[in-house]
Design a protein around this ligand. Structure first.
Ligand code: PLP
Length: 456
């Protein structure tokens, strides 16, 4: 090894010397982790010095590198981000943000003992299943309700409890894959129910169901084709007619609605997404849907329907394995309360975003452009979450022309908090619709800094 390299290696401070000055790091991360970080940085530096890539940095510089190392290592993997994509129910970004009231309810449930399974009148054991029950009856018009971990679990429970070892009839047009490889036929197989496919991909008629019904049949299932759209030569059997067929044969009609809208999307310029109330009214015996899609609450699977069926589900052993936790029940109840009071469009964040007037969005985009540059252009936001495929809301976007859009997006994701935007037509786009009110300033600081450093 040549002499200058040896001198540079000798110029590195010792581990002891560095640790004597690392009080901040040991206080923040503990001595062992700080020691490991200092050693890792020194190892890296020795390698780079031997390769002739660097001189020996000073103590402060090395400690700063160790601090960086620790920060990255100890950073939680579940972090808040700024969603500037314009996709309102973004499954990869945690779906629905909760209302203020729901956030507070979750916090209260987390901080205190509570009546999760305690009856204050008798002083004895109560049931966790009562909490959202009455509220759900109120807002959906159903006789009874049950909340479980998520909608996939709700569907497995319904089929396991009511159709295991028997046949369930479903249209070939509804054998959908929902996302993340989650397929309706696989879920049905998991429950022990036997799938009886009828009709064709594009057309299924009442007679197809009638022909498939045998003494082995337990139920008819409708799965809402949430994330794709069939157009053209298509036909399916309307829910009231399916209910009529099911009941004439003493069968159960299960409706997997997916999104579970309680408000009418058509009031906001979107296509009409079937609502839970409509399914109940149409005669579905059980309706299942997610808590964190168009309902705008926490992750949950909600089953509503006939009391006798809900009671059977509650008694099934699987119900215990997929039960909802207290934080979910608290957040869900507070969210449902908004619907009961008729204030959901104003109070539930995803509905605020859906309902937000274009003028208001454009004003925000223009304010952003005045701060960081770029141009305001017309664009489209999407509802997402497998709801209303192909349906969009007109929006106004901030469009930035930067030399390397992909690299710019990467730096946005590396920011604190990370910013998720999108690229179209070679420009980086930000949609104000999905940026939460408190995140505006962070976004402008981050984008402003990046524009300056990239000379954009
Ligand atoms: C999203 C969806 C599900 C799964 O719901 P999770 O709450 O994500 O488990 C099931 N069925 C349909 C039709 C869906 O759209």
């Amino acid at each position: 090894m040549n002499e200058p390299t040896n001198n540079r290696l000798r110029a590195l401070p010792s581990v002891d010397a560095l640790m004597n000055r690392a009080a901040d790091l040991t206080a923040a991360y503990g001595y062992p982790a700080a020691l490991e970080a200092v050693r890792a940085v020194l190892d890296g530096l020795r390698e780079r010095i031997r390769a002739g890539e660097t001189l020996a940095p000073g103590t402060a510089d090395i400690l700063a590198q160790a601090a960086d190392h620790l920060k990255r290592r100890f950073q939680p993997t579940l972090r808040p981000v700024i969603n500037a994509t314009g996709i309102i129910i973004h499954t990869n970004l945690g779906r629905a943000p909760l209302s203020t009231a729901a956030q507070q309810a979750v916090q209260t449930a987390a901080a205190f003992y509570n009546t999760l399974e305690f009856d204050l009148e008798t002083g004895g054991r109560g049931s966790r299943l009562v909490h959202a029950d009455l509220l759900l009856q109120d807002v959906t018009g159903a006789e009874a309700a049950l909340v479980v971990n998520n909608n996939a679990a709700a569907l497995v429970l319904a089929l396991s409890a009511l159709a295991s070892g028997r046949e369930v009839v479903i249209s070939r047009g509804q054998l959908v894959e929902i996302g993340g490889g989650f397929r309706v036929p696989d879920v049905m197989a998991q429950s022990g129910a036997l799938l009886r496919e009828v009709g064709t991909t594009n057309r299924t008629r009442a007679a197809d169901y009638e022909r498939a019904i045998t003494p082995e049949t337990a139920a008819l299932l409708r799965a809402h084709a949430s994330n794709f759209k069939q157009v053209g030569f298509v036909e399916s059997v309307p829910l009231p007619e399916l209910a009529e067929i099911a009941h004439r044969h003493s069968l159960i009609l299960i409706d997997d609605l997916g999104s579970g809208a309680l408000l009418d999307t058509a009031a906001y310029g979107l296509e009409h997404e079937p609502t839970v109330q409509e399914s109940v009214q149409a005669g579905a015996d059980l309706v299942c849907f997610s808590g964190d899609k168009l309902l705008g609450g926490p992750q949950a699977g909600i089953l509503v329907g006939r009391r006798e069926l809900i009671d059977r589900l509650k008694r099934h052993p699987l119900a215990r394995a997929i039960r909802a936790d207290k934080l979910c029940l608290a957040g869900l109840s507070a969210t449902l309360e908004h619907y009961r009071k008729g204030e959901a469009a104003q109070a539930v964040p995803i509905w605020q975003m859906i309902a937000r007037p274009l003028d208001d969005i454009r004003q925000t985009a223009e304010k952003w452009a005045a701060q960081v540059g770029g141009e305001v252009i017309a664009g489209e936001s999407a509802v997402g979450g497998g709801s209303l495929p192909g349906e969009t809301l007109p929006t106004a976007l901030l469009a930035l022309d930067v030399p390397q859009p992909d690299a710019f997006m990467e730096r946005l994701r590396a920011a604190e908090p990370p910013v998720i935007g999108r690229i179209a037509g070679g420009r980086v786009l930000f949609d104000p619709r999905t940026v939460l009110p408190g995140q505006d300033q962070d976004l402008m600081r981050i984008v402003g800094d990046l524009m300056q450093s990239s000379g954009g």
